[in-house]
Design a protein around this ligand. Structure first.
Ligand SMILES: [Cu+2]
Length: 360
């Protein structure tokens, strides 16, 4: 025993037996994930494979994982997190003013505030991760006096898309990743390209800057076909489940619930057969980025419309907007046991918006 903490050890094995993908890891301690991630317990976990390695995508110095998050700082430079229990021991959650999620006024990219990165006039692969506790971004690449620079999306949370998709803006909620290629070769040397966040008019409206500093040889390109892609098509009669994400009481205080229940590790909200494709319907009150552990899923539709351009590919987090209904196809393939799904707004998660599922 060290103080009042139990000491012990346990071995975990991660076979990484999956397609190439931009994954990340972070502390997931029940009730205190928000303050732990806020203090820095998060990082990239990039999985590569032969399919991806064979593509002529930008690599080496021209492949940049970008972890984007917002933080607020106290006068002494420490992280300012409005947790109810600064010792992270007993009382989860944050002060009432931050119920909706904790936002900071400084944007960090890979830990640096508003950094500037010098680039060749060439194509770069950017692995974008929104590692913020609660902030959503609408990323746009602006150039003074010129048109915005487009993003060519090649991958999503769970790996490569079948084919590239061009976007003028990338909107990402907490936990989401977008794998994109940006072509700086169309810009004259000396150009400054600012990545802005269109969802904030203040200091969180700027993210980082690229400075094009030299011409350079570039053999990379984005092929029109990227990878084999298996659409998840739920068969007739596939199991359907509805999960409602909403504000609600947690014990004797305010919190967030799924189907009116707060997180209980011992009660399974769904028992799912391995290998079977199901349709899950997510229904929201306010914004909730819904994250499912274990296997990636595919978005089928939003409301009565189709999916958004940004919903394509294998996802593990889907940004469900206020009062929206999103249907996804899920299939768990090879691990039986207890897992969770939850809102990836970390304050919502800590205030009980998480549920246990079982694969059998
Ligand atoms: Cu939420």
């Amino acid at each position: 025993m060290v103080g009042d903490a139990a000491a012990g050890e346990r071995e975990h094995r991660y076979p990484n037996d999956q397609r190439a993908a931009t994954l990340w890891y972070h502390d997931h301690r029940m009730d205190f994930t928000g303050p732990a991630v806020y203090r820095g317990l998060a990082g990239f976990h990039i999985v590569r494979d032969d399919v991806e390695d064979a593509l002529p995508l930008p690599r080496g110095e021209r492949e940049l994982p970008l972890m984007i998050c917002d933080r607020a700082f106290a006068a002494d430079g420490s992280f300012a997190y409005p947790g109810l229990d600064q010792g992270m021991r007993s009382l989860p959650g944050v002060e009432d003013d931050w119920m909706e999620g904790v936002l900071g006024d400084v944007v960090l990219v890979n830990g640096a505030p508003w950094p500037v990165h010098e680039v060749d006039a060439a194509c770069y692969r950017l692995r974008l991760l929104n590692a913020s506790n609660a902030r959503r971004y609408r990323l746009v690449l602006t150039v003074p006096g010129g048109p915005d620079v487009p993003f060519v999306q090649i991958g999503s949370d769970g790996g490569l898309l079948p084919a590239p998709v061009e976007h003028q803006a990338i909107e990402l909620a907490s936990g989401e990743r977008f794998d994109v290629v940006v072509d700086f070769s169309v810009l004259p040397v000396g150009t400054e390209v600012t990545m802005v966040n269109g969802l904030d008019g203040g200091t969180a409206g700027r993210v980082m800057r690229f400075r094009v500093v030299r011409t350079a040889r570039d053999d990379s390109r984005v092929p029109s076909r990227l990878a084999e892609f298996e659409p998840l098509v739920p068969p007739d009669g596939a199991p359907q489940r509805t999960f409602r994400f909403s504000r609600g009481p947690v014990g004797d205080h305010r919190g967030w619930t799924i189907n009116d229940t707060s997180f209980d590790p011992d009660t399974s909200l769904a028992d799912i057969r391995l290998g079977e494709t199901e349709v899950w319907r997510f229904v929201t009150d306010v914004h909730h980025p819904v994250h499912v552990h274990l296997d990636a899923f595919q978005v089928l539709r939003r409301g009565s419309g189709g999916l958004l351009d940004l919903d394509r590919g294998w996802k593990d987090t889907v940004d469900v907007r206020p009062a929206e209904i999103v249907d996804v196809a899920v299939r768990f393939s090879d691990h039986a046991g207890r897992f969770v799904f939850h809102c990836h707004n970390l304050e919502h998660e800590d205030m009980a918006m998480m549920a246990t599922i079982r694969t059998v």
